[in-house]
Design a protein around this ligand. Structure first.
Ligand code: ASP
Length: 351
């Protein structure tokens, strides 16, 4: 079945459920639930989900477990999309975004454009617990982190600095930045005219043994972004949303699309109406497709040039992931020592 057909069918099935919200909520509020812990993340989270599940199995709260999981990726200099070694902004400065949401206490917080601190997810949790605010950015966020004893360091690694230099030196042959060249070379700096700037991030959501849901998203954001650009990852409702009675959802990919569509909160609301996590993720993809009107963002066949990926779990421990384009995978752990990669659903098949 084509995904679009599937989507239509599942939307129809969902509409039937919307007419009986009490029944759906009744299922979600089962008085004697047996919770099946589950942790889901983006595909770069195999180690993160395994660690989070290990902690959940030993009694940890889902938020602490998920944060400990993504800290592995933030600390890994080889993941150039998160934390230490994340690709910098257009000035060569690493600016990190993250948010956390704790289901049982209905609290959450984000931190954006944070420099010099490799674990923005931990900073977001301290903002949640030790301030009356929900979002701190830039220099204020750095000062706050310093005051809470976070260690400052240079987040640029040789690898990420060299990637940035390559981009900078090959952006244009009209500027003064020159890539390595010979005496004979002409048109120096034209190599990356069609350079595709990509995205990367980790979102991780968990359901713990007490049936509590939480999530975290952390990223270095769009590669070589304009300094100060904030994506969806530190914004509650866009890059992450959790409702402890219903489910948790988060995202990776083009943050601007999620900011314009509040995708993560929408996925949770679709789940509240009775959609499965996968159906809810597909509906969020479809909403983005429907709302993308600018020609610069569309292929000739009017489908988006970009991708957005979603990861969701519900209170019953059901899970699912979906993206606009085929090929999406997510990491999953339902209680085993090793996590697995699963294929997500999609709207459009890549050629
Ligand atoms: N969503 C992130 C952002 O827009 C990037 C990503 O997930 O790849 O900053």
């Amino acid at each position: 079945m084509e995904r679009r057909d599937f989507l239509k069918k599942s939307a129809a099935a969902g509409a039937a459920l919307i007419t009986q919200p009490q029944q759906v909520l009744g299922q979600l509020h089962d008085p004697n639930p047996k919770y099946r812990p589950v942790v889901i993340s983006s595909a770069n989270g195999l180690a993160a989900t395994a660690r989070a599940m290990e902690l959940i199995q030993s009694g940890s709260d889902a938020l602490d477990a998920c944060i400990a999981g993504v800290n592995i990726v933030e600390d890994d200099p080889e993941d150039i999309t998160v934390g230490l070694g994340g690709l910098p902004n257009e000035d060569g400065v690493v600016e990190l975004d993250s948010c956390v949401m704790h289901g049982p206490t209905c609290r959450g917080a984000g931190v954006a454009s944070l420099q010099n601190i490799k674990n923005p997810s931990k900073v977001a949790k301290v903002i949640m617990e030790r301030t009356d605010h929900v979002l701190l950015v830039g220099q204020g966020a750095l000062k706050f982190a310093r005051m809470h004893g976070f260690e400052e360091m240079n987040l640029l690694t040789d690898r990420s600095r060299n990637e940035w230099l390559k981009w900078k030196e090959n952006l244009s042959k009209e500027d003064d930045w020159l890539p390595p060249h010979t005496m004979e070379d002409k048109d120096i700096g034209d190599l990356l005219r069609g350079y595709a700037r990509t995205y990367g991030t980790i979102n991780c959501n968990g359901l713990d043994k007490d049936g509590n849901l939480s999530g975290v998203t952390t990223t270095s954001g769009l590669f070589f972004k304009i300094p100060g650009r904030v994506g969806d990852s530190p914004i509650l409702g866009a890059g992450l949303f959790v409702d402890n009675a219903v489910g948790a959802a988060g995202s990776t990919g083009r943050g601007e699309a999620n900011l314009l569509n509040c995708s993560s909160v929408m996925i949770v609301e679709y789940m509240r109406q009775g959609k499965s996590p996968e159906q809810a993720c597909l509906l969020a993809c479809q909403r983005i497709v429907d709302h993308t009107k600018e020609a610069r963002l569309l292929n000739d066949d009017k489908k988006p040039k970009f991708d957005v990926k979603f990861y969701a779990i519900n209170k019953r421990g059901d899970f699912g992931g979906a993206a606009i384009w085929s090929g999406m995978k997510f990491a999953l752990n339902t209680g085993e020592p090793a996590s697995v990669l699963k294929e997500g659903a999609y709207l459009f098949k890549r050629n």
